[in-house]
Design a protein around this ligand. Structure first.
Ligand code: ATP
Length: 233
């Protein structure tokens, strides 16, 4: 199968501070890739670069062979890339349903609609008229995932899904992941819980200080090698 996403030699900055130093990765259609690494390793910066929220200064991000670098976030969503950002970032003055509808503003053909999102997370249908801020953290995360699905992406970027959530809620959300990716959608999963991340992916990339420290399939490397790459030792 050919690569859907090809990131090559990416260098990203915040002002003078360089967060990514020549990062490369490959993702195939339908594949779930886990992006792991310690705090500050550059995981969110890489996701934001892919969806156009951070403009890398050097390198390339090719999507189905075409360059994404320099394109606006809206155009990138229209091409099939959606982000579930760290911290959810829902619109606080809007209801659950209004948040979901906003996610469908750039709408591509595909299986996801209000009906199928409610089918995936039935609690959201019950709470559809409630202000998004009145929901629990787990329910807000479901809205954030649903909002991304509403554009019918081919690639979903999931940044720290389990941050601040109770273990039972995390388990619920992870149980639904195969229903999302099972329809051929690819995913890049950023997750602090390395065991959980490696259990949910086909391949992984470990970042340390803005560089790729290790990559491959989870079975390619022993625990010690992964842990050494994670901690940069
Ligand atoms: P975390 O798990 O803590 O979110 P991360 O691996 O996602 O970590 P990034 O958020 O990508 O890491 O951050 C990479 C580096 O860039 C860190 O040193 C961080 O302090 C810095 N950084 C991130 N966002 C900004 C910003 N808006 N302005 C300046 N520096 C930033």
């Amino acid at each position: 199968m050919s690569d859907l996403l090809e990131v090559d030699d990416l260098h990203a900055f915040y002002g003078d501070f360089q967060a990514l130093h020549g990062v490369s990765l490959r993702l195939r259609q339908g594949e779930v890739l886990a992006l792991i690494g310690a705090n500050g390793a550059g995981k969110s910066t890489l996701l934001k670069s892919i969806c156009g929220l951070v403009t890398a200064r050097q390198g390339s991000i090719r999507w189905r062979g075409a360059e994404l670098l320099g394109q606006t976030p809206n155009r990138i969503v229209a091409q099939g890339v959606a982000l579930v950002p760290e911290g959810r970032r829902l619109f606080p003055s809007l209801s659950v349903e209004e948040n979901l509808i906003l996610g469908g503003q750039v709408r591509r053909p595909g299986p996801w609609s209000l009906r199928t999102v409610y089918d995936l997370f039935p609690i959201l249908q019950e709470k559809r008229h409630a202000p998004s801020t009145s929901l629990s953290g787990g329910q807000q995360q479901m809205v954030s995932i649903g909002r991304a699905l509403m554009s019918n992406p081919d690639l979903i970027l999931l940044d720290e899904l389990s941050l601040g959530l109770a273990p039972i809620v995390i388990k619920d959300i992870y149980t639904q992941l195969p229903r999302i990716t099972g329809q051929g959608m690819s995913a890049i999963l950023v997750e602090q819980d390395v065991t959980r991340a490696l259990g949910a992916c086909v391949s992984f990339t470990c970042l340390a200080e803005g560089q790729v420290a290790l990559a491959g399939a989870p079975g390619d490397h022993g625990r010690d090698a992964i842990s050494a790459a994670y901690f940069g030792t």
